[in-house]
Write a protein that binds this ligand. Structure first.
Ligand code: SAH
Length: 231
């Protein structure tokens, strides 16, 4: 990635229509932002990053016209790109104390949430267990010229201990129970935001570390794909 030449970058950029037309145009994107605002998203920086980031390049071309609807969409391999409202809400919760130094994301998927987080952190570390998804996400981040993301193909239930502790950890797949490894990799003052529970009843929780103390706040009911723990 790092050795990419200017020329190949241009070709890469041209293979994606970053500006969009019709159902993917800036006007269509602005409508989504207006809707997120009406649904209660308040952080203007988060809204602005979402306004500027083309979500349509993160979904299959056949679904591009639906990419500015506030809905999750399939991305192949039985996975989904998260609903924009959820991306906005989770990002808002994480960046309340921005600027963040290191952020860990479990479940890269399409790479859309990663792209939204990137401007708020020094470095984003993202872990995905499905190789083709991780490769596609890398390509899209390169097309958007986002350079502060590191990738790991692995079971993210273990976190990514090499770069711990993290100021923020976000999981975009839901375990039944919160893996203790993720809590252990939180920096003092850091927060973990994670959906957890069974497929139909997941709770979004925020866990903050204050020294040895952990403060848990339970938020909305949500619906994420399961976090698959490799045996
Ligand atoms: N934020 C992503 C959401 C993708 S869905 C987006 O907006 O596109 C959740 C992702 O978590 C899937 O890609 C799935 O493969 C991945 N996942 C599930 N279990 C995992 C695990 N144990 N480790 C790493 N990734 C996992």
């Amino acid at each position: 990635m790092g050795s990419q030449t200017g020329l190949s970058k241009t070709i890469l950029n041209m293979s994606y229509d970053l500006n969009g037309i019709g159902m993917t145009s800036q006007r269509t994107r602005d409508r989504l932002i207006q809707r997120l605002r009406e649904e209660g998203i308040k952080n203007e920086n988060v809204l602005e990053v979402m306004r500027q980031t083309p979500r349509h390049i993160f979904v299959d071309e056949a679904l591009a016209s639906r990419s500015y609807e506030d809905t999750a969409l399939p991305i192949g391999h039985g996975q989904t790109i998260s609903q924009p409202y959820i991306v906005a809400r989770m990002t808002e919760l994480l960046v309340e104390f921005a600027p963040l130094n290191r952020v860990l994301e479990i479940g890269t998927g399409s790479g859309y949430q990663t792209a939204i987080l990137a401007p708020f952190a020094e470095q984003v570390f993202t872990v995905e267990r499905i190789s083709p998804l991780l490769e596609q996400a890398k390509e899209k981040h390169a097309a958007l010229e986002i350079t502060n993301i590191r990738y790991l193909l692995s079971d993210g239930s273990w976190g990514w201990s090499e770069y711990a502790p993290y100021d923020a950890i976000i999981a975009t797949a839901a375990p039944e129970e919160i893996p203790k490894e993720l809590v252990e990799q939180l920096a003092d003052g850091g927060r973990l935001i994670i959906p957890h529970g069974t497929s139909y009843h997941q709770r979004l929780s925020v866990i903050e570390r204050d020294g040895d103390e952990l403060i848990t706040t339970d938020l909305d009911m949500v619906s994420f794909v399961p976090l698959v723990r490799e045996k």
